[in-house]
Design a protein around this ligand. Structure first.
Ligand SMILES: [Zn+2]
Length: 148
C-alpha cells in the first residue's frame, strides 16, 4: 500500500498547513497510511514524539486544525480540546464582550455604509445595530482588523 506524501505550506504564523490531503469539515487534514485513516496532526505528533497516551488528544496551540507543525501541537484532555473548540467558535462570531456583538460581515457592512457617508441613524436602522457599535467603528475603536 502506497502512502501519499504528506505535503504542506508554511503560513505567516509558522503553521504547516496540509495541502496534499483533503481537510474534513472541522478543518483537520486526513490521510491514509497503511490502509488506516489518520488525522494528519495526530500522525505527525506520533511520528515526532511517540505514542499518544490513552484518553489524551493532540491539541493545536495555534488554534489551526489543519496545522501539522509539531511545535504547535501538544497533548491535552478531550475536555480542554472541547473548550478550545468553543472558544474558537466564539471568536469566529465576534465575542460578545460588550463592544462587539456583531460579526465580521456586519462590521464590513457598517464600514461600507460609513464610507459612503450614510448617516449613523440610517445605519442603525437598516442594520439593526446600536449607536455604540456604529460609533466605535466610525472612531476606529473596534473592528480595526476588518477590511472593506
Ligand atoms: Zn500551527
Amino acid at each position: 500500500m502506497r502512502t501519499k506524501k504528506l505535503d504542506f505550506e508554511v503560513n505567516e504564523g509558522g503553521c504547516f498547513i496540509v495541502t496534499s490531503h483533503r481537510l474534513n469539515k472541522d478543518g483537520y487534514g486526513h490521510f491514509r497510511h497503511q490502509g488506516i485513516e489518520h488525522r494528519a496532526h495526530r500522525f505527525v505528533y506520533q511520528e515526532c514524539f511517540g505514542e499518544i497516551p490513552d484518553g489524551l488528544v493532540v491539541r493545536h496551540k495555534c488554534d489551526n486544525p489543519s496545522c501539522i507543525n509539531p511545535e504547535h501541537l501538544e497533548l491535552g484532555t478531550p475536555k480542554e480540546n472541547m473548550h478550545d473548540a468553543i472558544q474558537r467558535k466564539r471568536n469566529a462570531y465576534g465575542v460578545r464582550n460588550g463592544s462587539s456583538t456583531i460579526d465580521d460581515k456586519m462590521a464590513r457592512n457598517i464600514k461600507s455604509m460609513l464610507k459612503e457617508g450614510e448617516p449613523t441613524r440610517k445605519i442603525m436602522n437598516e442594520l439593526s445595530v446600536s449607536l455604540k457599535t456604529v460609533r466605535l467603528i466610525r472612531e476606529g475603536k473596534s473592528w480595526k482588523h476588518v477590511d472593506l
